[in-house]
Write a protein that binds this ligand. Sequence first.
Ligand code: ADP
Ligand code: MG
Length: 321
Amino acid sequence: MITFDNVTKKYGNEQIAVNAINLEIKKGEFFVIIGPSGCGKTTLLKMINRLIHLTDGTIWINGKRISDYNIHELRWNIGYVLQQIALFPHMTIEENIAVVPEMKKWSKSQIQQRVRELLDMVGLEPDKYSQRKPKELSGGEQQRVGVVRALAADPEIILMDEPFSALDPISRAKLQDDLHELQRTIQKTIVFVSHDMQEALKLGDRICVMKDGEIVQIGTPHDIIQNPANDFVEEFIGVKEHAINTFHIQAIIEPIADEDNRKNLDATIASNDPLHTILEKLAHYECLGVEDSGKIIGVVTRASMLQYLANDSLGRGNVNG
Ligand code: ADP
Ligand code: MG
């Protein structure tokens, strides 16, 4: 759906921010771009909606070059959420959300209905919030509005540039959970920039790790943890050593409901197997039985392992400091 074909961006004559990138983002995918500060993430993102011009190469959206789109049509069909909460301070929440639908000349009643629906979607009671001004909301609430504003006119693609990084850790975790949940229902193509590996592992269908304007690795969270392409990625994940030292099966084991399920288990591990053995097996199986003294005492799944590793890397994969 979004294709980068040999895309390069140079600022001035020297500074290469993005270097000959090839990339394909699929429809409905939650695609996370991650890497240290200055590696070219924002530049990559802003080229998609033509906020930044390409120096070389081509970007295609749905088989059409972005340069062939009418600029308004392109921008209106791509939602954009910024790191800084960027609501208009003098406008109400409803007016803020209505900006793009109004440009698209939706009817008043259609807009009102849409605003209510969107506020509901992110747990902000419409009667309570729609007529407030941004400063009457907490940072987390404002950023929720930022997210739904990007969704307002039902764009196919949403670009998000470190949207939660200005929030406190608790609001941030909550918004990540909500966005994860929201994506299940809306199924948009989301390109999400982050510098936080924990966030990337939690949200991404695929993760693209960048360094110095180039792609180092693209893969599912599982691929990246299982097979980091090089030392840079391994260090960036920052998860392995600590996870190995502190891992205990109790952190991820889940009970199995009934006897029948036991027979359907594809493979098993021992309850005292080391982490790398379990990771190795989870690369081949979605779900493993956990054996202790000849009995199956529970299961571990790929999902629960990823969750564990994501939580474990809290504050460790963050390289912006
Ligand atoms: P990131 O979002 O990963 O932190 P950016 O895409 O913002 O990285 O920047 C990539 C590189 O390009 C950095 O070295 C940055 O200093 C440089 N850069 C970004 N914007 C400009 C600009 N407008 N003019 C000159 N250099 C820029
Ligand atoms: Mg940036």
